[in-house]
Write a protein that binds this ligand. Structure first.
Ligand code: KG4
Ligand code: ZN
Length: 340
């Protein structure tokens, strides 16, 4: 119809997300997380995540439709994360989406998880600026992209991480500091009490001769681990807040500098920062300051739409429907290592 209603399903990791978007506007959502079950393992356990999706998905769907004030008869299309992500977790969402597609008689659209992170921003801030530079920072990805039109044009990779993703670095350093999993939010919290200039940790790939848009965080992670070990060997206490704040600033510095350099190189006045690490308060603060100074318009999704959620997948689904894209066949398979 002229005001298409698109339901989105996200199950690529530990969050079971459902979102309902009508004519580009978010009208209902539900979210369940199995993170509590993974925390004691220090990482997301795929089989545990899949089982949790299986239990949470139908109730989440019912709740999201109820909150949207609609029934399944009002739904025009269903979008689902096809990858990348944990294979067993993706399969639960795909199976459910196919079942709904058949039961409701609506087309099915497979969505790339990272396109979802980008499209999350359109829900709060309106149509994406075309073109724009996008920094995607999540637990599995760190990439700088040049995006002309998210669903109609191929996305250009300006650079990616050569080793760890930014979120992965946060999680590993969190472990080194004895903080609860996932480390990102924990470091964000404790860093507020620390001094970001206390320890000079290395900024990866930031010398003039380095590739300008590639990232590296494994050297930083190792530097933090060495620093902490040296302290422990010397029998000295670990200033956890200072280490967290200094580590966080090393990551944020590099992310913001390279993003603005990419805007400069492309002569692009619009920058989006998306993905779980875009929830980081220091990143949001520093990016806002430096983007303003550089004359670059900055958009970052609202906090709860930075980490994985259903509405971001519905948002891509809406863009696909509006652009007249062909739906996917029911043979659509999970693509755990899908490339954007
Ligand atoms: O996008 P996301 O929810 O899942 C993936 O697709 O990976 O991102 C999760 C990542 C985790 O590594 C988590 O530690 C990190 O995002 N994260 C944060 C913050 N909130 C989540 N990192 C830094 N500061 C935060 N406030
Ligand atoms: Zn994600």
């Amino acid at each position: 119809g002229p005001m298409p209603v698109v339901v989105g399903i996200e199950t690529s990791c530990d969050e079971t997300g459902v979102g309902v978007v009508r004519d580009g506007e978010l009208i209902g959502e539900a979210l369940a997380s199995s993170m509590d079950e993974h925390a004691r393992f220090g990482g997301v356990v795929p089989e545990v995540a899949a089982r949790a999706h299986l239990e949470a998905l139908v109730p989440a769907m019912e709740l999201a439709l109820e909150r949207a004030g609609i029934t399944s008869a009002d739904v025009d299309a269903i979008a689902v994360t096809a990858g990348p992500g944990l294979a067993t977790a993706l399969q639960v969402g795909l199976a459910a989406a196919k079942a709904y597609s058949i039961a409701w008689g609506v087309p099915l659209y497979g969505v790339h998880h990272l396109a979802g992170h980008v499209a999350a921003d359109a829900l709060a801030h309106g149509a994406l600026p075309n073109p724009c530079v996008v920094l995607i920072v999540s637990g599995g990805h760190t990439s700088l992209l040049y995006c002309r039109d998210l669903v109609n044009d191929p996305i250009e990779h300006l650079g990616d991480t050569l080793d760890d993703a930014a979120g992965e670095a946060f999680d590993k350093v969190g472990r080194v500091l004895g903080l609860p999993f996932p480390g990102g939010p924990a470091i964000d919290r404790i860093a507020k009490e620390g001094n970001p200039t206390a320890i000079a940790f290395p900024r990866g790939l930031s010398r003039p001769q380095d590739p300008p848009f590639e990232f590296s965080f494994s050297g930083l992670k190792t530097a933090v681990a060495r620093w902490v070990e040296a302290r422990e060997r010397a029998g000295e206490p670990i200033p956890v807040a200072d280490v967290a704040a200094s580590f966080q600033d090393a990551v944020v510095d590099v992310l913001v500098d390279k993003s603005l350099a990419a805007c400069g190189e492309r002569q692009c006045g619009d920058l989006l920062i998306v993905g779980g690490v875009a929830a980081n308060s220091r990143l949001r603060e520093v990016a806002a300051e430096r983007a303003a100074a550089a004359g670059v318009r900055l958009r970052i999704p609202a906090l709860k739409y930075c980490t994985d959620n259903g509405p971001m997948i519905a948002s891509v689904g809406h863009m696909l429907v509006v652009s007249g894209a062909a739906p996917d066949a029911l043979s659509l398979g999970a693509d755990p290592s899908a490339i954007l």
